[in-house]
Ligand binder design. Structure first.
Ligand code: AN7
Length: 350
């Protein structure tokens, strides 16, 4: 049995004897070595961290388990978040497991169907607003200040604490930090959390170096790259369709302290990486997750040299959550009679 984030990393989390200890099996996700794209991008070693293997299919579970444990420790009976989908799925699942109420606020029509299905089935109270994520987060911040319900967006510091454990795992598996880590950036909590994890392990002597943090936003939702709030963020990668990230300054600090960058990739580049990751590596990540690889491809094509370097791309969420995107471009399949002859003809074997 997996021990889970709370038990495995208790020494690095802000737990007390009163913190309830439980796990839905989050964390300890695979770090898979590339077989094809490593060569194509000229990396010494390239790995994919498969965060889609978490219980609700995204990295959010790492932070949610800590946030929910601390909420229960404080006596809370309800949790609330704004979400582009994955945070709400995770909040809904952990609330169900722990007997709490989950209230989630999502932007209407801009959340992948699989994520909405999760929130519905786990029994969350769902508030859809005719607005975007940034507006939802603004409302939720105000509501959780004035009502007896715990905020579980990444402004809740326990979320960041839980999410930093992914950096610990990478070091635990590789024996040291990588040279570069590529990661999608939306609300910017995750890049903040990874950097915190890398710095803590470095300080405790578990790693001899720290990676350059390479964050990638979607071109239509790239406030940090552009240096100003994007009022109407647009991208097919709905998970990172965010125009005013809550952890904006912490993400910039992670970038600057690590000597990394925060850059952007177009929807076309995201979709290309999404398909390459699936067809060349057998990894089905959701579109936002592909921003990591899209960023690596962009830089390697621009001439960046990753030879001799160890590179990790974070695949933040499972592709099944947004199957619509996969099916939309697939076109029509030919339909033939169930006759051996016709099947062989179709396959070009006759
Ligand atoms: C698959 O669920 O913001 O930069 O409300 O679902 O920490 O926001 C999701 C974000 C990357 C960006 N990849 O992480 C939400 C939400 C996936 C995501 C991000 C998200 P942050």
């Amino acid at each position: 049995m997996k021990s889970g984030v709370l038990a495995r990393y208790k020494d690095y989390l802000n737990l007390t004897p009163q913190t309830p200890m439980f796990s839905m099996g989050e964390g300890d996700t695979p770090l898979v070595r590339s077989r094809t794209l490593e060569k194509e991008t000229g990396c010494g070693e390239l790995y994919f961290k498969l965060e889609g293997c978490n219980p609700t299919g995204s990295f959010k579970d790492r932070g949610m388990v800590v946030a929910v444990a601390k909420a229960m420790e404080a006596g809370s009976k309800a949790i609330m978040c704004a979400s582009t989908g994955n945070t709400s799925a995770s909040a809904a699942a952990y609330a169900a497991y722990c007997g709490l109420t989950a209230i989630i606020m999502v932007p209407e029509g801009k959340i992948a169907p699989g994520k909405l299905a999760q929130a519905i089935v786990y029994g969350a109270k769902i508030v859809q607003i005719d607005g975007n994520f940034d507006q939802a987060l603004h409302l939720v911040l105000k509501l959780t200040e004035t009502h007896p319900v715990t905020l579980v967006n990444s402004l809740n510091p326990h979320r960041i604490e839980g999410q930093k454990t992914a950096a610990f795992e990478i070091i635990d598996v590789l024996g040291d930090a990588p040279d570069f880590q590529f990661i999608p950036v939306g609300n910017a909590g995750n890049i903040t959390a990874y950097w915190k994890g890398y710095v803590e392990y470095y300080k405790s002597g578990k790693a001899k170096r720290r990676p350059k943090m390479m964050g990638f936003q979607a071109e239509g939702a790239a406030p940090i790259v552009r240096g100003h709030i994007v009022e109407q963020p647009q991208t097919i990668a709905t998970a990172i369709r965010i125009g005013n990230p809550a952890s904006w300054h912490k993400a910039e600090a992670a970038r600057d302290e690590s000597g990394g960058i925060i850059d952007m990739v177009s929807d076309a580049q995201i979709l290309e990486a999404y398909h390459l990751m699936a067809t060349k590596e057998g990894i089905f990540g959701e579109p936002a997750s592909a921003a990591s690889l899209a960023g690596l491809l962009k830089l390697s094509r621009q001439g960046s040299d990753f030879s001799g370097k160890r590179v990790v791309c974070i695949v933040t969420g499972n592709g099944l959550k947004d199957a619509d995107i996969a099916l939309k471009d697939a076109g029509q399949f030919a339909r033939i009679s169930p006759k051996m002859e016709d099947v062989e003809k179709m396959l070009g074997w006759r």
